[in-house]
Design a protein around this ligand. Structure first.
Ligand code: BGC
Length: 827
């Protein structure tokens, strides 16, 4: 399969672009550069251009509707994909996503997210790959190749420096030139060179004083000029704030619409002589080229013809494979009989499965990356399917979700839309009690102009007796009744941050409680009059009814779990973060597991020496108890098939394949960067190029688990290491008793800096490869060290500088576990 259509296609594409271009007047051209709604561009039939549709991204393709009524395959979190250290797996994930996009009529996927794990507090840490630019670039390259091989575009995002969420719309990240080039721009550069993405998304934040949608130097200078990016530059949603400066800096598309800084405002600016039309023309040609590539431009076929599309793949199977290939076995201590506790084997006897997230799967992180799968396999379902109902005893133990969540189990709800006079305009299903209608995605018969009140109405049949808590999410006026009785009415206004997406991602708020009896249905009604926000340039309605089951005494829950653990042969405790911890629009404030989960783990591990802790989190959490549990398995947010993949790995049908793509701190205080809150609007990246494992190494602090760490179910001996030029070959042998896969990592340690030369990290990841072998078998992997590994960015010269000298190549199992070393003279 070739990655890119050849010159012949590009020529035909160029002709089709010119033909369409000639049919457009200034108004039409300006319209093409602005969203017509939340997700799409207008069609321009006079020029033979169809409407281009975009959608998030990155773990699935949500489509143009934000509802469980329009489901998608949900893959594991990007951290999990990166933990596979397998660009080929990322490519296959991309092939599946392209298939999903085609099914949903989506032309461009708003992914991958390739910002870096600068701090574990970053709210979207789970949605990005790694702390390491090289690993991020490699995984992102595989992903983009996969999606685009399916004829669907990508937007590599968020260019650049969107590594945290606090004040994300306005923060000015101060990053020196060398650090930008060597660290934060590096994944974008690699992906542009290796995968030729059809799009890029510019971030909300500023870098060194200029907001990214107006950053001429980085967009037109570096991305397009130096790297030759020939795709479309779309703003992050609502990131474009000016007409002339954004366009002339190199922004092509202002999203979403219909009110944007481009469109009619752009045509007017050209007519007023404020913007030279040549910039409009260049942007239009780029958008037309994208339209051609995705097959919605007359006169040219898509870049990937239907006959060249990859074969259909089974989404559930890919999701399950990515999940287990991303699971990282952090610890696997010998049990009483001297063998490691994992794998449990096909007949492990009785298992006490403990933790709320074992029953209510936490498969995805929150925010714009959310998709709605048709089903979610929880650990409880996965283990019961594998071992039988009787073998698995479930106890909640501790509930991190002592927070309001979607109104799902026991709720039967629909929405009724009324006009200002109270006449019914239309109705719609509202799975989970969530109403999120943006742009033209409204129930039949309803328009934003006529819609006044929405009522979520229906019944709730409680699964448990006791005090139930109800709440709301969204901005506007509410009235909540349960069983015909008004429990609360009031208005929710915007918070101080005034994030335009607050109604989407803001916290749910508790409003009232009601004592209800199990099995007895009660009527529920939540009426809502939306707050009209004039500062948000798109029309939408977003609110929800949220609910929390009666809460049991926390000590009692732990005691019940301990009892179950004591009686079972093995205890499996699933601990998790929640959407209030890991999502978009805010950063984390702590790495502690929410609720009483730490106490739960300690108590269970004390009761059963064969305790396996499953960590269901998209980014690092503190695990002070890690030495007390026999095994610790990190499953990230494992996607829709997480429970089945967990059974595969616990029982030993498959190895856990992951290696940490980010250093796992023992305590937040040890992390290299612990502040993501700007001071006076500025965030200084003072650590420079010392990011991730390089920073840990320099500080001399020992993390809980180093970058690259992860165990399989077999052992490996690293036997040989040789280099011919920059081609490095590692020979290794599987010394265990079962077949396995090893992630061979190559770190390159530079010679000490000569006087006047910039200091470099003590080592950098310069390559990796996956080796597979059966028990007792030897194998070899070969890795080509890239030019960049021997270069630094020379700020004064404005270019890369080659750094000759005597380097050390380290073949390693993690950043902290080198097995063989070799001197390499670079001239
Ligand atoms: C996010 C983007 C996303 C866009 C559309 C923004 O808030 O930062 O990553 O693609 O919304 O949902």
């Amino acid at each position: 399969m070739t990655d890119h259509p050849g010159k012949e296609y590009e020529d035909r594409l160029g002709q089709a672009v010119e033909a369409a271009f000639a049919a457009l007047d200034l108004d039409a051209k300006a319209r093409l550069l602005a969203g017509q709604d939340m997700w799409s561009l207008p069609a321009l039939p006079e020029a033979g251009v169809g409407s281009l549709v975009m959608s998030d991204g990155p773990v699935g393709v949500r489509g143009v509707r934000w509802t469980a009524a329009d489901p998608s395959v949900a893959l594991p979190s990007p951290t999990a994909l990166a933990a596979s250290w397998d660009p080929e797996l990322a490519r296959r994930a991309g092939v599946l996503l392209a298939q999903e996009a085609r099914r949903k009529g989506v032309h461009v996927l708003l992914a991958p997210t390739v910002n870096l794990h600068r701090s574990p507090l970053g709210g979207r840490h789970f949605e990005t790959y790694s702390e390491d630019p090289y690993l991020t670039g490699a995984i992102g390259t595989g992903y983009v190749r996969g999606v685009q091989s399916g004829g669907v575009g990508t937007t590599v995002k968020h260019f650049a420096g969107n590594d945290a969420e606090t004040e994300r719309f306005t923060v000015d990240n101060r990053i020196d030139a060398r650090t930008l080039r060597e660290v934060y721009l590096a994944p974008f550069e690699t992906i542009t060179a290796e995968a030729r993405p059809w799009g890029v998304m510019t971030a909300y934040n500023s870098v060194n004083g200029t907001t990214m949608t107006e950053h001429h130097e980085l967009v037109t200078g570096v991305l397009r000029g130096e790297w030759g990016f020939d795709g479309v530059n779309v703003s992050d949603w609502l990131a474009a704030r000016s007409t002339g400066p954004a366009l002339t800096a190199g922004l092509d598309l202002a999203m979403p619409g219909p009110q944007t800084v481009f469109g009619p405002a752009l045509a007017a600016a050209v007519r007023a002589g404020e913007v030279d039309e040549k910039y409009v023309d260049a942007a239009v040609r780029r958008v037309l080229r994208l339209a051609g590539r995705v097959g919605i431009l007359d006169g040219v076929g898509p870049a990937v013809e239907p006959g060249q599309l990859p074969a259909e793949v089974d989404g559930a199977a890919v999701a399950r494979e990515v999940a287990r290939r991303g699971f990282v076995l952090l610890r696997n201590a010998p049990a009483a009989d001297g063998t490691p506790v994992l794998p449990l084997g096909p007949e492990p006897g009785t298992v006490a499965l403990i933790g709320a997230a074992a029953r209510e799967a936490r498969a995805l992180g929150g925010g714009s990356a959310t998709v709605f799968p048709t089903h979610l396999t929880s650990p409880l379902e996965g283990l019961r399917a594998a071992l039988g109902e009787e073998a698995v005893t479930f106890r909640v133990g501790a509930d991190p979700q002592a927070e309001l969540g979607p109104a799902t189990q026991g709720f039967d709800l629909h929405a009724v839309c009324r006009d200002a006079e109270g006449a019914v305009l239309g109705t719609a299903p509202v799975p989970g009690g969530l109403v999120r209608w943006v742009g033209s995605d409204l129930p039949e018969g309803v328009t934003h102009d006529t819609l006044h009140t929405i009522e979520i109405a229906g019944t709730y049949t409680p699964p448990e007796s006791g005090r139930h808590t109800f709440g709301t999410r969204g901005l506007g006026a509410f009235r909540l009744t349960v069983g015909g009785r008004e429990l609360w009415s009031g208005t929710q206004g915007p918070g101080p941050a005034r994030d335009p997406f607050e109604a989407f991602f803001g916290d749910p708020t508790e409003r009232a409680t009601a004592d209800l009896a199990a099995g007895t249905p009660v009527d529920i009604s939540l009426t809502y009059v939306p707050a009209r926000r004039t500062d948000v340039p798109l029309e939408g309605v977003s609110f929800s009814l949220v609910h929390l089951l009666p809460q049991r005494d926390a000590d009692e829950l732990i005691a019940e779990a301990v009892e179950a653990a004591r009686q079972a042969e093995t205890a499996v405790v699933v601990v998790a973060t929640t959407e209030a911890v890991e999502s978009e629009g805010f950063d984390r404030t702590s790495l502690a597991l929410p609720g009483r989960q730490d106490d739960l783990v300690r108590a269970v591990a004390a009761a059963n020496p064969r305790t396996v802790v499953v960590v269901n989190a998209g980014s690092p959490v503190e695990m002070a108890w890690r030495g007390e549990a026999a095994a610790v398995l990190l499953t990230w947010f494992p996607g829709q098939e997480g429970g089945s993949a967990l059974a595969d790995v616990l029982l030993g049908d498959e190895e856990p394949g992951g290696r940490l793509p980010t250093t796992w701190p023992a305590r937040l205080a040890d992390a290299p960067v612990t502040v993501t809150t700007p001071t006076d609007g500025r965030l200084d990246y003072t650590e420079g190029v010392f990011v991730g494992h390089a920073a840990w190494e320099r500080a001399g602090t020992t993390p809980a688990y180093p970058f690259g760490h992860g165990l399989g179910y077999t052992d490996w001996a690293y036997e040989t290491l040789r280099a011919e030029g920059r081609t490095v070959t590692v020979g290794l042998r599987n010394t265990g008793t079962r077949p396995g896969r090893e992630t061979v990592q190559l770190y390159l340690a530079p010679p000490p800096a000569a006087p006047g030369e910039p200091e470099r990290p003590a080592q950098r990841l310069a390559g990796f490869a996956l080796a597979e072998a059966g028990p007792g078998e030897s194998t070899e992997v070969t890795v080509e060290l890239p030019d960049r590994a021997f270069q630094t960015w020379d700020e004064a010269a404005g270019g890369w500088s080659h750094r000759p000298g005597r380097y050390e190549v380290r073949a390693a199992r993690s950043a902290a576990d080198p097995r063989l070393t070799l001197a390499l003279q670079e001239d």
